[in-house]
Design a protein around this ligand. Sequence first.
Ligand SMILES: C[S@@+](CC[C@H](N)C(=O)[O-])C[C@H]1O[C@@H](n2cnc3c(N)ncnc32)[C@H](O)[C@@H]1O
Length: 467
Amino acid sequence: MGIVLRGAAPLTTHLRPLSLSSRLRCSLASFPSPTSTQSKEVCNLKESDDFLQWLRQKCGTEISSVLSVGSSVCGRSLFASKPIEAGDCILEIPFSAHISADNLPLEMMALIPNEIDSQSLVAVALLAEQKLGQKSDWAPYVNCLPCLGEMHNSIFWSKEELEMIRPSFVYRETIDLRKQFEKDFLALKTAMENFPDLFGNVQLENFLHARALVSSRAWEIIKGVAMIPFADFLNHDVSSDSVLLINVKKQRDEVVADRNYAVGDEVFIRYGKFSNATLLLDFGFTLPVNCYDQVRIFMYVPSDDPLYAEKCQLLHEHSVPLKLNSNTSKEKERSFLIKQVKTSKGKVKGIPLALRAFARVLSATSVIELEEMAKEAAQSDGRLARSPLKNRQREIQAHLILFRHLDRMIQGHLAALKGLQNMNVVDGNKSFSIRRKMAKDLLSGELRVLYSAHSWLAAYCKDTRSA
Ligand SMILES: C[S@@+](CC[C@H](N)C(=O)[O-])C[C@H]1O[C@@H](n2cnc3c(N)ncnc32)[C@H](O)[C@@H]1O
């Protein structure tokens, strides 16, 4: 029992524009440009007091005596209304304030297919609260959630906007995610249609909005996922050590400050160690510099490789399954995540060993070489091509395959970034400007990762050649 540490869940996706209070309503586009995490409060104290008073009454307990609601470059935000010291518990929210799948009628749950995930269930619960409008127990909270036009998760980007991030794996992941949500919606629609009083006529757009609201602001709780009013007004700072905690004994969520805050400072937590890719897909924002950036790269055995069948077979036998590319339905591929390369005590971190092993298999030019790899794997831990190839030339060839692959990716990213730079943006199209900046953050973060891996591979080939 006691406090369980957890990060903000990268749940994903959204709801529809409700009639937000025009005073509380915030538009990211209308804020000054973000520079510091110590943004000063732009706060309507009356609105903030009303909201906290409503939540206090609903929960029957004090939520926070040191925080007030306001707006910053990050949208709605929480600010220190009194001096805060590191270690102070700054907010406490009872579990009774959660909006979760438990809000849905049991008869409805029986109609929902098992494969629907808990985030989508919460999205449905949110849709029901929206339909209730002012009669909802959560109306003051639901009414101030961002409307569809204020959300920038990549699933909402137009075709033209998505083109800006085509070189990134996020392009493919966005398309796949949207397809998945459309599928979930079809499955849920039937269940919702059985309860017209609860849901009315929910459209795909409404579901996507609700689903994105959940992914960008729900947390994993002990049983599934929940929206936690007020806690979800906290914005993300990658350098913060504060996270949302579950106090099981006291049946409440808590946040403990990781630093001192002066009155008027914006208070942050860290949602998780998320890359810009995750932030863009699930939360609808990016950071100009993100130390957790990573790049997914796709490798495949070329179909014109004379040893195509043998290589696929060997990979398959050694638990390296290849998946059909969902977009082209042509290549059978495998994806690997790479991170900024760091070397410590002679060990390389950032380029997975599995990727280098894959490249070693790709580099083979004879059946004998493949057989040797299989033999060596059987004599060690069963994993294929984990050690440098004895034939130094072939080891260099394998790494050159990766080097050239990354080189092509770097060229693609550079060209896309140049395109973004030269792009004409129609005056007043704020949403497009925000998304273009996000595309730039994403691609330049990926470029940093690619460059680091590229330089390491060049150095490795050089050292191996001269060894
Ligand atoms: C959990 S909510 C935080 C409250 C939110 N600002 C609002 O207006 O309700 C998460 C959303 O806040 C925004 N956000 C949080 N941290 C941010 C940051 N560091 N930079 C830009 N936007 C941020 C993003 O729109 C994200 O989807």
